[in-house]
Design a protein around this ligand. Sequence first.
Ligand SMILES: Nc1ncnc2c1ncn2[C@@H]1O[C@H](COP(=O)(O)OP(=O)(O)OP(=O)(O)O)[C@@H](O)[C@H]1O
Ligand SMILES: [Mg+2]
Length: 313
Amino acid sequence: MNNIISISELSKTYQSGFQALKNINLDIAKGEIFALLGQNGAGKTTLISIICGIVNPSSGQVLVDGQDIIGHYREARSLIGLVPQELSTDSFETVWNTVTFSRGLYGKPPNPVFIEKVLRELSLWDKRNSKIMTLSGGMKRRVMIAKALSHEPKVLFLDEPTAGVDVSLRRDMWKLVKELQNAGTTIILTTHYIEEAEEMADRIGIIRKGELILVEDKRTLMKKLGKKELTLQLQHPVDSLPIELQLPGLTLSGDKSELVYTYDSNSEQIGIAELLRALAEHGLVFKDLHTTQSSLEEIFVNLVNAGAHNHDV
Ligand SMILES: Nc1ncnc2c1ncn2[C@@H]1O[C@H](COP(=O)(O)OP(=O)(O)OP(=O)(O)O)[C@@H](O)[C@H]1O
Ligand SMILES: [Mg+2]
């Protein structure tokens, strides 16, 4: 079996009557980095909390490496490390004791060598004897990650791992996550930084108002929904385009000095080579050109907005 997590027909209605998740079906493959994107209140934390056994599902099933999260709670939970969105770190305990204790909670025998390795990897070794409450926010977050890794989980959940974290720590975290993946850990993260998903994820899931509206390989997604733009700076401005060059996606800039060609992989537009040939035939010479490609951010905003127009009325 290659799926480490298998979610079927999962729904959640909170006691208030609010339906936070609607019929979620999702498989996560061993060793992948999966990013869950969605606006505030979309249901990301609810989904993670159910998989981790913190919130009860209303219906549906979740298997972690074949273990049912309800029927085999302890087995399933021992495979999971969770770095929660809300940090609870007012502890008077030291970093070392907290992380060591956390390992014990999962019934794992002590392993100081492993704990040392984790603390060193997270640049926490120098702080091992510091009380958690004396650490900075970013350091506390590292402690939460160390705790989540303390029992050597197969799956690591990171719920907004880099919220409120500075750029250098964010880069460190990305590096760490990649290393964990190389060591065989499966990683599921939620994020508001789409750049983070773009940088790290193998696959992207977009959740909107409790519905998983899209799950796609990141590269496929960007190829399928991304638009590319080619800008050609003309040697000599022209007043208008000849009729033969009035092609879909091709426009002349306001100051008449640039041609902008917007194209996407699905359209039936002419290719770049053909376009350049056509321009040459009409005596249009360009002195410079550049291309841009839409980011995952633009794709995400478009998708969520498209959804809003379709369903929210
Ligand atoms: N215990 C609860 N009782 C009732 N409603 C809840 C409870 N917990 C969460 N909700 C609601 O469920 C919805 C989903 O919340 P959730 O925390 O899963 O969103 P999220 O996608 O993680 O958002 P964020 O990006 O802000 O962290 C929200 O509308 C929230 O108000
Ligand atoms: Mg959340």
